[in-house]
Design a protein around this ligand. Structure first.
Ligand code: URA
Length: 212
């Protein structure tokens, strides 16, 4: 049966928002159709005390298989970029705006497919619960899907990346490109340039997090 158009994860939220209860509830979420073809919901991970929250789009093929966010190729690139900017991934809580992998088949491969507005809206209560629990001081949107979900559909990562923007979500909010778009660069030179830009965008974040 198709999902009701206006269904959201709100009806799955536990009465008492503890981490184990949230994760358990998210695992059973059927607020949009994406659960049907995904292996599992991939919830955010990291310290509840994290000062930094990183938000991507949705789990990819690797994340769907193992159940952790940003562990595939784009996760490895993200870890490297964070390190180079002076940020340890362990300092961050890492999550996605959509918790189920959306894909289309191509031969034996599962090809990432962008979540639509309805799926992003349906999933939002999970992200809001994570934001309410972690209360990050710095929030980084990785890519247009996260940036537009959190900062408005008019937000353009290409124009506004790498600088802090005013938002009620956290004291410091910034968007940068998604690491997977670095990986999709057309050639080696473009990949180098895109990666360097990603690191440069993360440097102001490292400065905010730096002690003293
Ligand atoms: N891309 C994302 O946006 N999130 C992940 O967890 C993995 C890849």
């Amino acid at each position: 049966m198709a999902q009701p158009e206006n269904d959201t994860a709100a009806r799955f939220l536990p009465l008492h928002t503890t981490w184990p209860a949230l994760r358990r509830a998210a695992a059973g979420c059927t607020a949009c159709d994406l659960y049907r073809n995904a292996t599992r919901a991939v919830f955010g991970e990291g310290s509840r005390q994290a000062r930094l929250m990183l938000i991507g789009e949705q789990p990819g093929d690797a994340e769907d298989r193992v159940g952790h966010p940003f562990v595939g190729a784009s996760g490895m690139l993200l870890d490297k970029a964070l390190r180079e900017a002076g940020i340890r991934r362990e300092e961050a809580y890492v999550t996605n705006v959509v918790k189920h992998f959306k894909w289309t088949p191509r031969g034996k491969r599962r090809i990432h497919s962008k979540p639509n507005a309805r799926e992003i809206r349906a999933c939002r209560p999970w992200l809001d619960a994570e934001l309410a629990l972690v209360k990050p001081e710095v929030l980084v949107c990785l890519g247009a899907t996260a940036a537009q979900a959190l900062l408005g559909s008019a937000f353009r990562v290409s124009r506004e990346r790498g600088r802090f923007v005013a938002s009620p979500l956290a004291p410091h909010v910034l968007a940068t490109m998604h690491p997977s778009s670095v990986l999709r660069s057309p050639d080696e030179a473009a990949r180098h340039a895109a990666y360097a830009q990603l690191v440069a965008d993360l440097v102001p974040v490292a400065r905010v997090l730096a002690p003293g």
